[in-house]
Design a protein around this ligand. Structure first.
Ligand code: DGL
Length: 278
């Protein structure tokens, strides 16, 4: 298929709603661009799916965003960044259109982490798939070989958030449990990465149970900073991103359901359209 060579919106992909926290961070810093958000809600969560399935689903979404005119796509999903980004960059892009780019959310977080930790002990809270992939450990090791990364999966955090229970007293138990667990695994941790795009929604509870002296790293603002730097280094790509300050939202699930749940993440009303990926 031949894709348009004209400038277009920046695509932001997630398995569901979580990437909205990334899009929010990016729009705060770079409001002038146009954005096209795609949530594969019908097939979410991706967190416990195999490498191959996450790769196939993510590839379909990226191709759809290209078809819709995006020259640049950001995988605003840690699981997709961990399991599909490298294959798409290395195996797919050269054959599709070598000018187009797909970026993820793990590298920007890895780049900043060595500047934030003093103890050189970092914790990673993420989905099972992201923790198991060891992508954070590998990226951080490349850039900061003296930093030790300990990860733990928080499988119930995404369902708690998606069911609008993030503020409920029941959520406290599960948040405290995982934080206590990771700090038992490595008591010297002074920096905790929220390596899942949903987790910033649990921030008030996380702050409640994290001891003083341990800092929390949500990703939105670092991904935005990294994109800004990317545009400085790649003006040719910056020119291929249109600037009318708009955001359009697409979901593979029901539009009304997406609109309702998206309020948890954006706290604003949005227009949503359905789209099929298969
Ligand atoms: N957005 C995913 C991530 O950042 C979490 C949700 C899922 O498991 O699909 O890992």
């Amino acid at each position: 298929m031949k894709y348009s060579q004209e400038a277009g919106p920046i695509g932001v992909f997630d398995s569901g709603y979580g990437g909205l926290t990334i899009l929010h961070g990016i729009r705060q810093m770079l409001p002038e661009y146009d954005y096209l958000y795609l949530g594969d809600n019908a097939r979410a969560p991706y967190g416990s799916r195999s490498f191959d399935v996450v790769y196939q689903f993510t590839r379909q979404a990226v191709l759809k965003l290209f078809e819709m005119g995006c020259q640049l796509v950001i995988l605003g999903c840690n699981t997709a960044s961990a399991k599909a980004l490298r294959s798409i960059q290395q195996n797919d892009l050269p054959g599709i259109d070598s000018r187009r780019r797909v970026l993820g959310v793990i590298r920007p977080t890895a780049e900043i982490i060595g500047h934030l930790t003093h103890s050189r002990h970092v914790g990673l809270l993420a989905t099972e798939g992201t923790v198991r992939s060891e992508s954070y450990n590998m990226e951080i090791q490349k850039l900061w070989p003296d930093v030790k990364v300990t990860g733990t999966a928080c499988p119930l955090w995404v369902p708690i958030i998606e069911n609008n229970e993030a503020d409920s007293p029941g959520a406290d138990y599960f948040v405290k449990k995982r934080i206590d667990h990771i700090l038992r695994l490595d008591p010297d941790i002074d920096t905790l990465i929220l390596g899942c795009t949903h987790y910033p929604i649990l921030m008030p509870k996380i702050l409640k149970y994290v001891p003083r002296g341990v800092q929390i790293v949500p990703q939105g603002e670092y991904v935005a900073e990294s994109l800004q730097n990317y545009f400085r280094r790649h003006p040719e790509m910056e020119k291929l991103c249109t600037k009318n300050g708009t955001a359009c939202y697409y979901t593979t699930e029901n539009e009304e359901k997406f609109k309702e749940n998206a309020r948890i993440f954006l706290r604003e009303d949005i227009k949503v359209r359905h789209i099929d990926l298969e």
